[in-house]
Ligand binder design. Structure first.
Ligand SMILES: NC(=O)c1ccc[n+]([C@@H]2O[C@H](COP(=O)([O-])OP(=O)(O)OC[C@H]3O[C@@H](n4cnc5c(N)ncnc54)[C@H](O)[C@@H]3O)[C@@H](O)[C@H]2O)c1
Length: 310
């Protein structure tokens, strides 16, 4: 049994991770400001500190705890929102990382795992990227994620094993259907369930690499359990599969017949598409994705089809 801090456990990925860690007999504390998360998502047994991860007073509330690892999952996850409020994005996604790394250094926490993003790569002529591919962020959000990785690289020299997991498009049951600025699959699904009509911002030929939330949880856990020499590592968490927007829509339409679609202008900083090699995480951490896009979407739709009916 171990003690963990999982920031953002009121959100989609953080709640799934915290729940699994608690199920496995561990103790979990979370900090969440409930900006996009819901208190009801925080799993039973998880100690909840309400506040901002970029607030020193909130971080000082952790002084009485002793953690075996910190999973920094909380953050705002929309490129679009980072253009509306770049300073908030910097605080919430990057200053928070720095504060938590300082906390780890001060309190001797040995492992730090961060929810980074495929957006750090930007667009590439080579659509298939690995961890050595050039990073050229196209949004302030992606700039902040890459900066966090660099803070981690430096803090790893202070004895903290730092792992940046570059999540590709995470999807699955538990994604917030009320937030139409975050999560491609959940945005389209919410529109289909609510209005029977999907409005797509941007081209139908854009594509993403979808990874199921359960597989993301296992990547987070493997990052702290598999022994390795490197003090700093970056891993793609991807299925290595290119899925076009058009295919997402077709998948939803086949599960919810009669759904119509309309394409309008895209949003600033939106990536056209890349997909991720996953050889490194497979070989070094023994990670194996277990749920494909079709199965994951079917399950997501089954469990949420009455969501907007009350
Ligand atoms: N979902 C994806 O496809 C994806 C892809 C790449 C990276 N990520 C990253 O993974 C992380 C989790 O994403 P998610 O999809 O679960 O989003 P989410 O919005 O469902 O969860 C984020 C949680 O963090 C909380 N939060 C946000 N800012 C905070 C702050 N300053 N202090 C305290 N709590 C704060 C929110 O209230 C929410 O509960 C984010 O950092 C995101 O950038 C997600």
């Amino acid at each position: 049994m171990a003690n963990y801090l999982v920031t953002g456990a009121a959100g989609f990925i953080g709640s799934a991770l915290a729940k699994d860690l608690i199920l496995k007999g561990n103790t979990v504390v979370t900090i969440d400001n409930l900006s996009t998360g819901k208190e009801s998502n925080i799993p039973t047994g998880c100690k909840f500190i309400k506040g901002n991860t970029y607030d020193k007073d909130i971080i000082s509330k952790l002084d009485d705890y002793s953690f075996d690892a910190v999973f920094h999952i909380a953050g705002q996850s929309s490129g679009e929102i980072s253009f509306e409020n770049p300073i908030y994005d910097l605080s919430t996604n990057t200053a928070s990382t720095l504060l938590l790394l300082e906390y780890c250094k001060k309190h001797g926490v040995k492992k730090f795992v961060y929810a980074s993003s495929m957006s750090t790569y930007g667009d590439h002529e080579e659509e298939l990227v690995d961890e050595n591919s050039k990073t050229e962020p196209k949004s302030f959000y992606a700039v902040g994620k890459l900066a966090s990785e660099n803070y981690m690289r430096i803090f790893s020299s202070f004895g903290i094993q730092c792992t940046a997991l570059r999540f590709f498009n995470v999807f699955g049951y538990g994604q917030n259907l009320d937030n139409l600025k975050q999560g491609m699959a959940s945005i389209y699904l919410a529109m289909a369930l609510k209005d029977g009509h999907i409005v797509v911002k941007g081209s139908k030929d854009r594509f993403r690499d979808f990874v199921h939330v359960k597989d993301v949880v296992s990547a987070c856990e493997l990052a702290i359990t598999i022994p390795r020499d490197e003090k700093f590592d970056v891993f793609n968490v991807a299925n290595c599969r290119k899925i076009k927007v058009e295919y997402i829509i077709k998948t939803i339409q086949s599960n919810i017949p009669g759904t119509t679609v309309e394409y309008i202008l895209g949003t600033p900083g939106d990536q056209f598409g890349i997909y991720g090699k996953n050889d490194k995480i497979r070989h070094k951490l023994g990670w194996n994705p277990t749920i494909n896009f079709e199965e994951g979407m079917k399950d997501f739709i089954e469990k949420t089809k009455t969501y907007f009916q009350n």
